[in-house]
Design a protein around this ligand. Structure first.
Ligand SMILES: N[C@@H](CCC[C@H](N)C(=O)O)C(=O)O
Length: 292
């Protein structure tokens, strides 16, 4: 089978976008076998990507598309903020819609994506979930900070769910944060039963942070949209940040807005940034041999 794809990125968090509206794809399960997906995700033996994004037709009224996300380790996940911006740009570039406000169904619920005239995309990431069981995270009670023991060390983290699980550590300087070592240790910490994305946040001021993220199922990426929102939310909850924050990631800058001080539990976190198209391609997917 020949599969057409488009390579895109949001601040260097890179994606292979597969059009399942005009190409036949299985309605459920991965668009291709998990080992094939992992092979294509490999930067030496495949195309290389952090996530594969799948565009599929809507399954209900009031929604424009279905948006599915697969990490490069083959796991399907519910949320990808940078991917959502690329998704919006893709469906407009490909003339699958001419709407500026696009409603998508994800495994975590529905999301609204707004494409502005300057080419940026604002994603309404939904309301944060703080209750440990909603993240999911194992803790006796909800708190601003939790103490985790991993290896021979202890770590103070905040934790929040945004459709996907995040924990955030405060660091003095992201340049020498232990992302490569503590990232994987906490990603698979037993108190996060579905694993977790691990953010390392340096607070510059009440409206500005620097952030590096070790992503679940992908390793450190150049940017993580949901991670940027999670860091801002945790910083707000700790009383360190205001409602609108500029987030500097390795691959560039995002704006995150959440009216934390006046939030009523229903408003969503807004994340704004660019979406870039790199090239189009096609790959031949080997078909499983038929049993005789
Ligand atoms: N890069 C993403 C997040 C992708 C999913 C994440 N690795 C997970 O497993 O939850 C973003 O921009 O939000």
């Amino acid at each position: 089978m020949r599969l057409k794809f488009t390579k895109m990125h949001g601040l260097g968090n890179d994606f292979v976008v597969v059009d399942g509206v005009r190409q036949p794809l299985p309605e459920n399960g991965p668009p291709l076998p998990a080992e094939e997906l992992r092979r294509l995700g490999d930067r030496h033996f495949g195309i290389g990507f952090d996530q594969m994004l799948v565009v599929q037709p809507a399954r209900k009224e009031g929604v424009d598309f279905r948006y599915r996300i697969f990490n490069s380790d083959g796991s399907e996940v519910n949320q990808c903020g940078n991917g959502a911006r690329c998704f919006a740009r893709f469906v407009r570039d490909e003339e699958l819609t001419d709407k500026h406000e696009i409603r998508v169904e994800t495994a975590a619920g529905e999301m609204t994506l707004r494409v502005t005239d300057d080419g940026l995309v604002t994603v309404d990431m939904g309301a944060p979930r703080w209750a440990p069981e909603a993240i999911p995270f194992t803790a006796k009670a909800e708190a601003d900070r939790y103490f985790l023991v991993a290896g021979n060390n202890g770590y103070e983290v905040s934790a929040v769910g945004l459709g996907n699980p995040h924990c955030v550590l405060l660091v003095e300087n992201v340049d020498n944060a232990p992302v490569d070592t503590v990232g994987p240790l906490l990603e698979s910490h037993e108190q996060f039963p579905e694993r977790v994305n691990v953010g390392f946040m340096q607070v510059i001021g009440r409206n500005e942070i620097r952030l590096r993220v070790y992503e679940r199922g992908a390793g450190e990426t150049l940017a993580c949209g949901s991670g940027a929102c999670a860091a801002v939310l945790c910083g707000q909850r700790l009383g360190l940040l205001d409602d609108t924050v500029t987030v500097h990631l390795l691959g560039g800058t995002l704006q995150v807005h959440y009216p934390y001080s006046s939030q009523d539990g229903h408003s969503g976190v807004l994340m704004t940034g660019p979406a870039s198209r790199v090239y189009d391609g096609a790959i031949d997917i080997p078909q499983p041999s038929k049993a005789r």
